[in-house]
Design a protein around this ligand. Structure first.
Ligand code: FAD
Length: 378
């Protein structure tokens, strides 16, 4: 039997995540949009609320609640701040290689502090020469005894300047077809964050560049087998990366609908609220249809993942649908607000900017279609 309902625990968790977002994140949104960082108070509160612990197994200090819970948390937080949700999404993406492919020593060393939010995480795959095509990356490593020496630059990295533990992908400079994944730690010699980006949207979180200059990484920090790193990195992006972006997109869709319903029922034209106008009602109905459909796609993929299956194809469908729907919803929300929608004091103008930044992260819509077509044709 297919059960389309959330459990009582999941409903309670959603309520708690919503309260958390409204009380701990919402008051800081304006500040974070200006500074381009998730502020320390929010990071601390996320840690205390165990939001970083969701996907970490209990034996390593996590909650082991899984991917449905993570999607619920991201949806509720993104409804208030897409930037904060993005910070949290890439945190989980960064630690996934350690959870799935890490040695016992690596898990014991890194996961407990990450679960408490005492350390922050990220993943660094993209480079100027390798985004949609990760085989184009140029960051390379060479072996020196038990160590690896990394050289190169990563761009568009979420949490670039605040992460303490970063999983990264590099290619073997003697065998350009072999890639390996490494754990980097803040403060390692030859490793530093450089340029900070100023983004179109999702401004409330940090995105930037990382540089490796003869960065010496111990063999103990190799994740998975040497030369098999592409599978480690892409596996995490496929499930956790795409899944996280679905959570961010669903939250934004829900925020657009809620703001539009509020405005449409309060704005009086011709002596009546504009919610009486059929054109406005059509937009609200379309937003609701897309939100419900997106939720079904996203939570279904998360449920498959929670049962131990791979759901990267299902998440490709959900990511394509929800990120495109979020853009559509944000445009309709701005339209419903008339001139007010173009003013900064109305959140829908931020939603529109944010909606455009959801697309590229964890793979563009074009790439989702490539993946979906490959799935269909196989
Ligand atoms: C806000 C933000 C946060 C990010 N955070 C991270 C992070 O934490 N870590 C990380 O590693 N990366 C991160 N990224 C990078 C992101 O994964 C890449 O931007 C994305 O994979 C696209 O790569 P690109 O920007 O190089 O675009 P390109 O790959 O250069 O794509 C350019 C255009 O070509 C199209 N295209 C490319 N290939 C094909 C194809 N085969 N068929 C059809 N069309 C194609 C694309 O759809 C796009 O329209 C982030 C990006 C953003 C915007």
């Amino acid at each position: 039997m297919i059960d389309f309902t959330f459990t009582e625990e999941q409903e309670m968790f959603r309520k708690a995540a919503r309260e958390f977002a409204e009380t701990q994140v919402a008051p800081k949104v304006a500040e974070m949009e200006t500074t381009g960082e998730v502020c320390d108070e929010v990071v601390k509160a996320l840690g205390e609320a165990e939001m970083m612990a969701l996907t970490i197994p209990e034996e390593y200090g996590g909650l082991g609640l899984g991917y449905t819970a993570r999607l619920i948390a991201l949806e509720e937080i993104s409804k208030v701040s897409v930037g904060t949700a993005m910070m949290l999404q890439v945190f989980a993406l960064g630690i996934e290689p350690i959870i799935k492919f890490g040695t016992e020593e690596q898990k014991k060393k890194y996961l407990p502090a990450l679960a408490k939010g005492e350390r922050l995480a990220s993943t660094a795959v993209t480079e100027a020469t390798g985004g949609s095509d990760p085989t184009g990356i140029r960051t390379s490593y060479r072996k020196e005894g038990n160590d690896y020496i990394l050289n190169g630059r990563k761009c568009f990295i979420t949490n670039s300047h605040i992460a303490d533990t970063i999983t990264t992908l590099a290619k073997d400079n003697e065998n350009p077809k072999a890639y390996s994944t490494f754990i980097l730690e803040k403060g390692m010699d030859g490793f530093k964050p450089t340029h900070k980006e100023h983004k179109l949207g999702m401004r409330g979180c940090n995105t930037g560049e990382l540089a490796f200059e003869n960065c010496r990484v111990s063999g103990e920090n190799l994740v998975g087998e040497e030369g098999k790193g592409m599978r480690v990195a892409l596996g995490a992006i496929g499930d956790v990366g795409r899944g996280g972006m679905v959570g961010c997109a669903l939250g934004l869709q829900a925020a657009c609908l809620e703001a539009s319903v509020k405005f449409a029922t309060e704005r009086i034209l011709y002596g009546k609220p504009i919610s009486n106008l059929q054109t406005i009602q059509n937009k609200l109905a379309e937003m609701k249809i897309d939100l419900e459909a997106g939720r079904l796609l996203g939570y279904r993929a998360a449920a498959i993942q929670d049962k131990g299956g791979r759901s990267s194809n299902e998440f490709a469908v959900a990511k394509y649908f929800t990120t495109e729907a979020a853009q559509k919803a944000a445009k309709m929300a701005v339209d419903i607000h008339g001139g007010y929608g173009c003013m900064e004091e109305y959140a829908v103008s931020r939603y529109l900017r944010d909606s455009f930044v959801l697309g590229p992260s964890a793979g563009t819509s074009d790439i989702m279609k490539v993946i979906i077509a490959r799935w269909v044709l196989s």
